[in-house]
Design a protein around this ligand. Structure first.
Ligand code: PMT
Length: 378
């Protein structure tokens, strides 16, 4: 059961922060998607991806953003699809998308993959194999209708979508999963403290921006300075676990920059919210290593080999678990981040770490479903 202070915080937030205009369209799509895959017996995962924004003005010119390109979410979505899941991909508008991510947001344009041959525009010979592989996966997903793409921009749009889709997923019971990779704002400007118009920087026009707020604006100019006084976003993970989706598997992420804090903070989150898995990652090493913290398996590091240029890690295969003998041979710190001694790999890893993360999560999900079935059948 959700506690009453969390319920009050939820009720206050959703009463005061208006729902996004496309919420109804999104929930209609989600309802139909969930019903179809529930009938087909497929597991459904909601993947959240990208950063949420905090607008400072109602007619938004300025906003605070959260770090995330959407790589973790988009790559994970592809791996969930490859492992048989139906995926609802709730992402920050214009952040990376599954499959197209291979050809977007790069220093290279998609046009660099094309060439003209006998008057026809075709994919360059050197890209044929890779693009054929991506295209076949994408075509299969479209054919089977296993990917639903939904988007948000602001923290409030994100939370409204998360709550409504979570409630729709409730009938799926333990076969549903939430994989919360989005970088969610911890502080925001409530609607009743937001100015309508662009905040002015020119002293001649100060005060002209004060719009419809009944309270002192959270973001305003005083003299030549911009003052921003944000309020905390309620921790909705609590509501998700206890109220919106109590039977689903819930995976949250913990992003830190200090290696000494990562496991402690992940453990703290697991204890506080009592969900199934916290995946800890550091900003600098997140493509090469993550740590799983769960009641089921304790603390478990997952690593992939860096590229060949990083000499000290050459020849290492992907590693799962603290007790892997390879890890010791190759100088991995088995129970702490590689960043603890200042080692930060450069370039790209030789293998995407999500291709190791998702099968591990799938195994945990199977165990949780089996446990629920045993309980239900007993
Ligand atoms: O996209 P990339 O560039 O690949 O980067 C991926 C990533 C580093 C952003 C991703 O792997 C990651 O760590 N995402 C979570 C970042 C984050 O928001 O961490 P947090 O410590 O602020 O929040 C922890 C958890 O609490 C999150 O799962 C979030 O869903 C939840 N939360 C956060 C704020 C809030 N008000 N309510 C919440 O429930």
């Amino acid at each position: 059961m959700a506690d009453s202070s969390a319920q009050e915080a939820e009720s206050h937030y959703f009463t005061h922060e208006p729902a996004p205009k496309d919420l109804k369209a999104n929930t209609t799509l989600a309802r139909e998607f969930i019903a179809r895959h529930a009938a087909g017996g497929r597991r459904v995962v909601l993947v959240t991806s990208g950063g949420t924004t905090v607008p400072l003005e109602t007619q938004t010119v300025r906003y605070i953003d959260n770090f995330s390109a959407g790589t973790r979410g988009a790559t994970s979505a592809e791996n969930f699809l490859a492992n048989g899941y139906a995926v609802m991909f709730l992402h920050r508008q214009f952040s990376l998308l599954p499959y197209s991510r291979h050809y977007s947001h790069n220093t290279r344009s998609f046009l660099d993959f094309m060439e003209e041959r006998d008057g026809q525009v075709v994919v360059g010979a050197q890209h044929q194999d890779e693009m054929r592989g991506v295209l076949r996966q994408y075509a299969a997903v479209k054919r089977e209708n296993t990917l639903l793409i939904l988007s948000y921009v602001t923290i409030t749009e994100y939370l409204w979508n998360l709550r409504e889709v979570a409630k729709l997923m409730r009938p799926l019971g333990p076969t549903a999963m939430f994989y919360l990779a989005a970088a969610v704002s911890d502080f925001f400007v409530p609607q009743d403290r937001m100015v309508e118009h662009k905040i002015q920087s020119n002293e001649e026009f100060l005060g002209a921006e004060a719009g419809a707020t009944t309270k002192p604006p959270a973001a305003r100019t005083e003299g030549k300075s911009l003052i921003i006084d944000l309020e905390p976003v309620p921790k909705f993970l609590k509501q998700l676990v206890d109220g919106w989706a109590p039977e689903a598997m819930i995976v949250s992420f913990k992003l830190e920059t200090d290696p000494a804090l990562l496991v402690k903070k992940a453990q703290y989150s697991l204890n506080k919210y009592a969900h199934h898995l916290v995946i800890g990652n550091l900003l600098t090493t997140r493509k090469w290593e993550v740590v799983f913290v769960s009641e089921m398996d304790g603390e478990k590091w997952i690593r992939v080999p860096p590229n060949r240029r990083t000499k000290s890690f050459s020849g290492v295969q992907s590693l799962v678990g603290a007790a892997d003998p390879l890890a010791k041979q190759d100088g991995f710190k088995v129970d702490e981040s590689m960043a603890a001694d200042g080692t930060v790999p450069q370039g790209e890893p030789a293998q995407e770490i999500e291709s190791v993360i998702i099968p591990e999560i799938e195994k945990m999900h199977t165990k949780l479903i089996d446990r629920a079935l045993t309980r239900g059948g007993a």
